[in-house]
Design a protein around this ligand. Structure first.
Ligand SMILES: Cc1cc2nc3c(=O)[nH]c(=O)nc-3n(C[C@H](O)[C@H](O)[C@H](O)COP(=O)(O)OP(=O)(O)OC[C@H]3O[C@@H](n4cnc5c(N)ncnc54)[C@H](O)[C@@H]3O)c2cc1C
Length: 439
């Protein structure tokens, strides 16, 4: 057994790890339960299997076929988005949907049905999938698409790795003519101003906002609304250089406190000196600002971090977001990297997908004994009262009661689960004893 953690470095799991290299090999025999594992960029326990075995898919990283006319790519499930971009960008193609890091695998992107800054225009990653192969523990290999094995297709998209091992996938890329992004950044004060900006720029391809959730008073919910689109002017299509900066060690626990985070937030807000800037940016800092420093999660010290990410429907979006932001500011638990977005109304194919039309908000908390988890439970309950839901990919704290209310389809979904597969997340959120995650 090896000790393992995900991106948040909490919780710690003890598990056997079996690397996979060949997509036509069967599932390896192992005592106990299995779980596919991509690149561990989920924050909590959705990619952990305490007491069981992880099937490590990074060895399944081959590009299988590419049609340069239509942009249809077939690749193995352990291929990273960064590897797809290294191949596709010089040929004038880009990912149809990408999250805030390029270091995720295609299998992980399907299993969490990831979303990006263009959800209002493109929906989730699953929307752009043409097919994939699912390998079940009984040896069955099922090619799933909208036409074939359609129920399993819908259960596997956002299926949290529980329906089987995805061995390869076929997806449609989108054309670009340059690495450049036409970028604008606009300062705002408050959620209503954010929504006005969003409405004014609703046809822009990519939008996302950073919001200060430490400040109160006149600076409450101030932020920067960032928008961009792929440049239409033909430009450079060279591959990206490797990132060079690495966060070298676990920071001491006291490094992140209200004063340091408040200073960071003020600096970030004023980094943009004018209320409105327009410029041209490379796609990497636009889509993946955090990837510039490898292992930035070490900044949170030995205890690790948890992310709290919710979506609220339009009816409660403003009231709920303001109430949750106030609860966070009053808690004194410092957090930067707070992201505010809206989700559009393109329905997800995944039975358990997280996005719903409305507001999405995400922020990281350091784990502080006796403080962080009670706060998360309270914020989870507020999310529940406002009719929202939390994102399993980022979660280490939702209770089984919260999960089962957020995802009323969960019992129908459970019928598609492979009987040999489970995860620490699934055991936690289907637990009936009322046990709570805590530190
Ligand atoms: C800095 C950062 C920013 C992020 N931004 C966003 C964002 O903007 N939007 C967003 O949606 N997410 C975001 N995420 C979360 C991330 O995109 C997801 O957690 C993603 O699923 C991680 O992929 P992974 O390859 O690392 O998979 P892992 O984290 O290793 O696994 C995730 C899930 O996929 C399953 N899985 C992996 N491979 C397979 C396979 N071959 N077959 C079946 N199941 C499989 C696992 O069992 C697990 O349930 C972000 C994460 C980070 C660290």
């Amino acid at each position: 057994m090896t000790a393992g953690v995900s991106w948040g470095r909490y919780p710690r799991a003890s598990q056997q790890i079996i690397p996979l290299y060949w997509r036509d090999a069967g599932l390896p025999g192992a005592a106990g339960s299995l779980l596919p594992f991509g690149n561990g960029r989920s924050y909590g326990d959705v990619c952990l299997n305490d007491g069981g075995t992880l099937l490590h898919t990074r060895g399944l990283d081959r590009l299988i076929a590419f049609d340069a006319g239509s942009g249809v790519l077939r690749c193995e499930s352990g291929t990273l988005f960064s590897e797809i971009l290294a191949f596709a960008v010089p040929r004038g193609w880009f990912l149809p949907v990408t999250p805030g890091t390029q270091y995720i695998t295609v299998g992980g992107a399907i299993a969490n049905d990831v979303h990006g800054k263009n959800h209002h225009r493109a929906g989730t990653f699953g929307e752009h999938l043409l097919a994939f192969e699912l390998l079940r523990s009984d040896g069955a290999r099922l090619v799933c698409s909208r036409a074939d094995n359609a129920s399993l297709f819908g259960a596997t998209i956002a299926g949290l790795g529980l329906t089987g091992l995805i061995t390869w996938a076929q997806l449609r890329l989108k054309p670009i003519v340059s690495r450049a992004i036409d970028y604008e950044g606009i300062q705002f004060h408050g959620i209503n101003e954010f929504l006005e900006l969003k409405q004014r720029h609703k046809d822009v391809e990519y939008t996302v906002s950073w919001v200060d959730c430490v400040s109160t008073g006149k600076n409450f919910a101030r932020g920067i609304f960032m928008l961009g689109g792929h440049s239409k002017v033909p430009g450079e299509l060279k591959p990206s250089p490797e990132p060079r900066l690495v966060f070298p060690f676990e920071a001491p626990g006291f490094a992140l406190n209200r004063t340091s985070v408040s200073a960071f937030n003020t600096l970030f807000f004023h980094k943009q000196r004018k209320p409105h800037v327009k410029t041209i940016q490379d796609y990497e800092p636009f889509f993946y600002p955090l990837d510039a420093i490898l292992h930035w999660n070490r900044m949170y010290g030995r205890n690790g971090l948890v992310q709290f990410q919710y979506s609220l429907p339009w009816e409660t979006a403003v009231e709920g977001t303001e109430a949750i932001l106030r609860a966070i500011a009053n808690s004194g638990l410092a957090s930067f990297l707070a992201v505010l977005k809206t989700f559009g109304d393109i329905p997800s194919l995944g039975m358990m997908s997280f996005p719903q039309p409305g507001i999405m908000f995400a922020l990281d908390f350091p784990i502080k004994t006796g403080i962080t988890f009670p706060l998360l439970e309270r914020l989870g309950d507020m999310t529940l009262d406002y009719g929202g839901r939390l994102y399993p990919a980022k979660d280490a704290a939702m209770t089984s009661r919260q999960f089962q209310t957020f995802y009323p389809n969960w019992e129908r979904f459970a019928r598609f689960r492979d009987p040999m597969i489970t995860s620490s997340f699934w055991e936690r959120v289907t637990d009936t004893t009322g046990a709570r995650p805590t530190v």
